[in-house]
Design a protein around this ligand. Structure first.
Ligand SMILES: *Cc1c(COP(=O)(O)O)cnc(C)c1O
Length: 378
């Protein structure tokens, strides 16, 4: 085995339990888009539901349909997806009883065509743009969208199951846009309710809002990063501060060990030169596996009981570590990142080394790295 991502499903279940406790009577939607942020959508969705998550959420309808195809039926969990383009797949989504997010008037006719073709009503959630400026309907389009949805509901074609929105700066507690978005969201809800809609779930909170802003919890929180045990607000608190434990560890086997003289260049561009006679270890992971090239000469690994730094450039399939005077053998384990409690770096450490966020570190671990699921934390 060259390398593998170990997925600690017991940690994921514990994280869901911690989030449930935090939100009290609100439900938890387990966000499993992008293959559960690289952790594997199907096993993570199952573990999250077993731990009491009551909804699943994905970006694309294809991701949501894959959950249904794996046997997670409407009786087990409603599934919301939110990133639609005119090509759908609208009919498949209606047939699979997905919750379809409608972010603009353009989408409603597609849903209604699918309802007539499939012969059953659709579950629809309306999304308001309360300031993020990404998806969702602007305030000036909201009353018309609400009225059209209510009319379709009155005809028995759809059921409006939710009204929701998304924060821009929840990871910066105290940012003025956060309260402005909450106010705008409450206004959007009032307009929807005045038009006669009675959504089952009202939701706006992502992981950072779930952890830092209780008044954002409403009926449901949509948590991605936090359930994978990473902190969306690393300046405010570590995972442990929030009762969370990182779910993914990335490990590899040393592929080559060799002595080299002082002054030897290392990896493309020869940006690293050995400061003395030393031992180099080759780690068989590269940017094709999601190791950021931006972490060249900065990324940390745990090898032979020490924290060490990538020597020179990260290549497509491999990078090098300078061991100084230490001894390592081919086949020894390198921990690229893990929970951090045995001294190893964390995904957050890699994010800092690469100038990005931990979301990107775990999500980009490539398909070439097999995932191994640990039920008991082992
Ligand atoms: C990704 C996403 C989430 C989850 O965000 P986290 O910060 O990872 O909790 C919630 N809602 C929407 C709309 C998203 O796209």
């Amino acid at each position: 085995m060259r390398a593998e991502a170990l997925i600690d499903l017991a940690a994921l279940r514990g994280n869901i339990a911690a989030l449930r406790e935090r939100v009290g009577s609100a439900g938890v939607m387990s966000v499993v888009k992008a293959d559960a942020y690289g952790h594997g959508a199907i096993p993570c969705a199952r573990a999250a539901l077993a731990a009491g998550a009551s909804w699943l959420g994905t970006a694309t309808p294809e991701e949501a349909l894959a959950l249904r195809a794996a046997g997670i039926g409407p009786d087990q969990a409603p599934v919301l997806c939110w990133l639609w383009t005119p090509g759908g797949p609208w009919r498949e989504a209606v047939a699979a009883d997905l919750d379809i997010t409608v972010s603009g008037l353009w989408a409603l006719p597609h849903v209604l065509d699918a309802v007539r073709a499939v012969g059953r009503p659709a579950r629809v959630q309306l999304k308001a743009d309360t300031g993020l400026g990404r998806n969702g309907a602007q305030p000036h389009d909201w009353p018309e969208l609400v009225a059209a949805a209510r009319a379709a509901e009155a005809e028995g074609l759809i059921k409006v199951t939710g009204v929701w929105s998304h924060f821009a700066c929840a990871d910066e507690p105290g940012h003025p846009s956060v309260t402005a978005q909450l106010d705008a969201y409450r206004s959007a809800l009032e307009i929807a309710e005045a038009a006669g809609l009675r959504p089952e779930v009202r939701h706006i909170a992502n992981s950072p809002a779930t952890l830092t802003l209780p008044e954002s919890h409403f009926d449901l929180v949509r948590t991605g990063l936090a359930q994978y045990g990473l902190s969306p607000v690393p300046e405010v608190g570590s995972p442990a501060d929030f009762g969370l434990r990182p779910v993914m560890s990335l490990v590899a086997r040393v592929a080559q060990v060799k002595r080299v003289p002082r002054g030897h260049g290392v990896s493309y561009g020869l940006t690293y030169t050995t400061p003395g006679e030393t031992t180099l270890a080759l780690v068989p992971l590269g940017y094709a596996d999601g190791i950021p090239r931006h972490a060249s000469s900065t990324g940390p690994v745990w090898l032979a009981d020490k924290w060490r730094t990538v020597a020179g450039r990260v290549a497509m399939d491999q990078f090098v570590v300078d061991l100084g005077g230490d001894a390592v053998e081919v086949g020894d384990q390198v921990v690229v990142f893990g929970p951090g409690d045995r001294g190893e770096p964390t995904a957050e450490d890699w994010a800092r080394a690469a100038g990005t966020i931990s979301y990107e570190i775990v999500t980009r671990i490539g398909a070439r790295v097999p995932r191994r699921y640990l039920e008991d934390g082992g």
